[in-house]
Write a protein that binds this ligand. Structure first.
Ligand code: IMP
Length: 188
């Protein structure tokens, strides 16, 4: 049990989608959470947990209150794990079209979507990780979506994240596993 004095943890991110998907999970596990919009300093590392912990330290430094932040990565087998910790950069530069082009003709479309949730309250710094295995679809599928949702199909499903309803996406996502591990530690 690591509840803060005001019993609310701030989810700090510039990406509201992450919070929208985290809120029902955390609420359901008894964690009170509020959104705080901020672009955090991101260090370079191949490890999501290291990046997430550094971002959480930066967020705590700005807010002076207990925070959680998230760092994600899509690790594509045939590309040696690329874009991994550089997934946000890859999306901004080559985009989904570029990723699909890199996989053109590849028989191996396996990928892992990973999430690291880091907590920082000024004295304690922790990271919680989870992953979901899946494949990269041949083409982009799904309308309302964000990030890599239109091309990631989790194992055991035939829909991309973007083709799923919000509950199904949340139930299947990398984010949810990491949030559950955090909540188990935080809320006991
Ligand atoms: P970030 O560095 O933590 O922001 O995440 C790396 C990249 O993965 C970003 O481009 C995010 O938009 C993307 N991403 C993270 N989680 C998801 C998700 O659940 N669906 C789609 N894209 C995601």
């Amino acid at each position: 049990m690591r509840r803060s004095s005001d019993d609310t943890v701030r989810f700090v991110s510039s990406n509201r989608h992450k919070y929208d998907e985290a809120l029902p999970v955390l609420r359901g596990l008894g964690v009170r959470v509020e959104y705080e919009r901020a672009s955090l300093q991101e260090i370079q590392s191949d490890e999501l947990a290291i990046i997430a912990r550094a971002k959480a330290r930066d967020a705590y430094g700005r807010l002076g209150r207990p925070v959680i932040v998230e760092d994600d990565g899509l690790f594509i087998e045939a590309l040696g794990g690329f874009p991994g910790a550089y997934s946000s950069y890859a999306l901004r530069t080559i985009g989904i079209a570029g990723i699909l082009r890199l996989l053109d003709g590849s028989g191996d479309r396996r990928a892992t979507f990973s999430a690291a949730i880091a907590y920082d309250d000024g004295s304690e710094s922790r990271a919680f990780e989870a992953s979901v295995r899946g494949v990269i679809s041949e083409v982009s599928r799904g309308e309302k979506s964000w990030g890599y949702d239109p091309v990631f199909v989790p194992d055991g499903q035939d829909k991309t994240f973007a083709e799923m309803g919000p509950d199904q996406k949340i139930g299947a996502s990398h984010r949810t596993g990491a949030l559950k591990a955090f909540a188990k530690w935080y809320a006991g």
